[in-house]
Write a protein that binds this ligand. Structure first.
Ligand code: ARG
Ligand code: ASP
Length: 731
């Protein structure tokens, strides 16, 4: 008896070993995944997750602002997403007196909800394979550009026809590098109002230090509401609009999660690259990213040093720091994870299996024999120009603040040459934007950044096709470059004498334009950009066309030679379902990380007055009095948990659902050791991080006193019949 149990458990374990990777197309779940999901614990059907004819969970999943996910949690359009997804909206309503980022915001009635211009919430109505229609008329004589153009024309024609017949927004998206095309119909709502957000000390607790880190203690959520016209259809903002009544909204489960529970994440993952050949994974992890990491390292150190000593610098640079550090930290984790899990070797092994399979049949050998070699060669051919491009992106675009700022004068300078009578109004407009520029700019920081980064850029670009200023810089020694930089800053009129500059812009805009045009800062910025656009980009894009083509052939070959293997398409911002289990992981030898965190852990990280780890007094009080209401779990307040769902950027705000499809958490991040999941998923170490929905409810109700929002939701709590453990030793 004992032996049998052990054998069963082992069998289950090896089966699971292949189950969790993948972001699946919802309408194919019944065919591809349902059986496995049910075996893993799913208690509902694929049809309840995605259906076109009946209401299903899909109707509650929202593409939020095009970059995040959100979910409907009431019949009155209540929408849950991350704090970091609603960040710019919360910020846009904040002033010094009413700082909602700092203090949080809670509408206590619908009248107090805040309008957000430009924010959209899109819901998928249906998805349909249109590959044959898109491919129609393609012939083998076409070259790659002709193929591309033909496909685009077909796509436009199909969309046009569809749009004439129906009110939905249509798009056609390639899957598997153009082996498949799917038509997506969406309803896009345009009146989406802010309902509530916790203070950043909860919603962004741990900020950049804890970003990508498990164990985590962040209440990363915010709440919005979708409004519709009286007909319940999308409408522009109007006071007469009414809360949207969705076809389906999620039930909110307060049972919490347990190790081994089935879990799934439904949302709009942005980009993954799971089918790259091993050499390109190597290029990314060992060539491009180390260069990018090094540049960001330097920049972040400069910013951090200033931000720690000056409150003013911190205000100016906090959001830039967060933006730069997010990918920086991910890339470091990605590279470590690939090394630890031998990701590149695993890819190489897979490629050998592929080649063996291809060579086992002559028709495959004829058709696909050279695909992988060609693809690898193309990626390596692209490497030098691609590396230079990244140097521009990191240094010219993200790194040196001045370099982007100088573009703003381009129009002024061009129009000044044309003697444009509108010159004055162009100059006035530019000056209107100046306070905003100075709000997030410190010349000393930027000068230091330029000293560190410009020599790296100059060393990285090849001698070919350089223009005047760049050619000159390329001939200088590092020391001379530093002298050049100091002079560049000293000469720049709007930094040297802002008042004089403002006067010149308003009185003599033509002269001001000339002064800027002659500055080294302007010349350098424009030349760097033009070199990127006119020299580097064309070098890369001609290869990209071929790479896309060969990636497509490679995917076609993979699916043909491994007919029993299930392939999922790379993320492309379309609706997907990932599923896995709530389970711990071993980031390194001797270390196991548990699946759940609690409010006591928040308190352990608390540093009064710290800009990342401070806490609001009210939360401290609630912790002291253990006033968790129905949201607590055995006297403790759950905060976050992890599972082995395959997620990526864009999945932020996605609902984490239990085996019955009820909301148990809100996805917002991944564990650092497994961030390589974008290139190579490994279920041993890849974990997504979610806020426990009970923490969300607790903050809304007990912390913010907005319990009326909880009343709007459908809370469910299942009482399980307690099964006594059987004593098998003594029958
Ligand atoms: N790492 C998460 C994601 O990629 C959260 C980013 C927002 N938080 C931050 N501290 N920058 O989007
Ligand atoms: N934090 C990411 C997002 O904003 C999610 C992730 O990359 O895991 O979408």
């Amino acid at each position: 008896m004992k032996n049998r149990i052990i054998i069963c458990l082992l069998a289950l374990f090896t089966f699971q070993a292949t189950a969790k990777e993948g972001m699946w197309i919802p309408y194919l779940l019944g065919q591809l995944n349902q059986a496995e999901m049910q075996e893993m614990g799913l208690e509902i059907t694929a049809d309840q997750i995605y259906s076109v004819n009946n209401s299903s969970i899909k109707d509650a999943i929202v593409h939020f602002g095009g970059g995040c996910t959100a979910e409907l949690i009431s019949s009155k359009g209540l929408l849950l997403t991350n704090h970091h997804c609603g960040y710019s909206q919360i910020q846009s309503h904040s002033t010094v007196e009413k700082n909602f980022l700092k203090n949080g915001f809670w509408a206590m009635s619908s009248k107090e909800e805040l309008q957000n211009k430009g924010l959209t919430a899109a819901i998928v109505k249906f998805m349909k394979d249109v590959t044959n229609e898109v491919m129609e008329g393609l012939d083998d004589d076409m070259n790659l550009s002709e193929r591309g153009e033909h496909i685009q024309n077909n796509i436009q024609a199909i969309i046009k026809l569809r749009s004439e017949e129906s009110p939905f927004d249509f798009s056609i998206v390639p899957f598997f590098y153009g082996n498949q095309y799917i038509l997506i119909a969406k309803e896009t709502f345009k009146d989406v109002r802010l309902v509530g957000a916790p203070p950043s000390s909860i919603g962004k607790f741990g900020a950049d230090t804890d970003n990508w880190v498990w164990p985590r203690h962040t209440g990363d959520f915010s709440i919005f509401r979708i409004y519709a016209g009286k007909d319940n259809k999308p409408a522009e903002y109007s006071e007469d609009n009414v809360p949207y009544n969705p076809n389906y909204h999620l039930k909110v489960n307060t049972n919490g999660v347990h190790d081994g529970d089935f879990n799934m994440v439904y949302g709009f993952p942005g980009t993954t690259q799971e089918y790259l050949p091993s050499n390109e994974v190597h290029n990314i992890a060992e060539v491009y990213n180390p260069a990018r990491i090094d540049i960001r390292d330097r920049l972040l150190k400069i910013l951090d040093k200033r931000m720690r000593t000056s409150e003013a610098s911190r205000l100016k640079y906090a959001s830039k720091y967060a933006r730069i550090s997010n990918s920086w930290k991910k890339w470091i984790g990605e590279r470590n994870g690939l090394n630890e899990s031998k990701g590149i070797e695993r890819k190489q092994k897979f490629e050998n299996e592929f080649l063996a399979a291809v060579n086992s049949k002559s028709s495959w050998r004829n058709e696909y024999g050279d695909v992988l070699d060609q693809l690898k060669k193309l990626y390596d051919d692209r490497r030098p120009a691609q590396l230079e491009r990244y140097h521009y992106i990191e240094i010219g675009y993200y790194g040196i603040g001045l370099s982007r700022h100088m573009f703003r004068y381009r129009k002024l300078i061009e129009e000044a040459e044309k003697e444009d009578p509108e010159l004055k109004s162009i100059a006035d407009k530019l000056m209107e934007g100046m306070p905003k520029f100075h709000e997030s700019y410190e010349p000393e920081i930027d000068r230091e950044a330029m000293h560190q980064l410009l020599p790296i850029y100059i060393a990285a670009i090849s001698d070919q096709d350089l223009t005047e200023e760049l050619k000159m810089l390329k001939s200088l020694s590092d020391e001379e470059i530093h002298i050049y930089i100091d002079k560049l800053f000293e000469d720049l009129i709007f930094l040297k004498d802002p008042k004089k500059f403002a006067k010149l812009m308003s009185k003599k805009p033509k002269k001001a334009a000339k002064k800027i045009a002659n500055s080294s800062a302007y010349k350098l910025s424009i030349e760097m950009y033009e070199h990127f656009r006119n020299v580097l980009n064309p070098r890369v894009s001609s290869l990209n066309e071929k790479i896309e083509f060969y990636q497509g052939r490679y995917l076609k070959a993979l699916r043909e030679v491994f007919p029993d293997k299930r392939f999922y398409p790379d993320a492309n911002s379309t609706l997907r379902l990932a599923y896995g289990k709530v389970e711990p992981y071993h980031p390194k030898d001797g270390v196991t990380l548990n699946t759940k965190t609690y409010l006591s852990g928040v308190m352990q990280k608390y540093v009064p007055g710290d800009y990342e780890f401070d806490l609001p007094a009210k939360l401290l009080e609630l912790y002291e009095s253990k006033d968790y209401g129905v949201y607590g779990d055995d006297g403790k307040m759950p905060v976050c948990f992890i599972a082995s769902n395959h997620t990526t950027g864009g999945n932020s705000g996605s609902p984490a659902l239990n085996s019955r499809g009820e909301l148990v958490g809100l996805n917002f991040d991944r564990a650092w050791e497994g961030t390589m999941s974008d290139l190579n998923y490994d279920e041993r170490i890849c974990r997504n991080i979610m806020v426990d929905v009970r923490y969300v409810l607790f903050i809304v109700d007990k912390f913010a006193g907005a319990g009326y929002l909880v009343d709007e939701m459908d809370l469910v709590h299942h009482v399980e019949a307690k099964v006594e453990e059987m004593d098998t030793t003594n029958p």
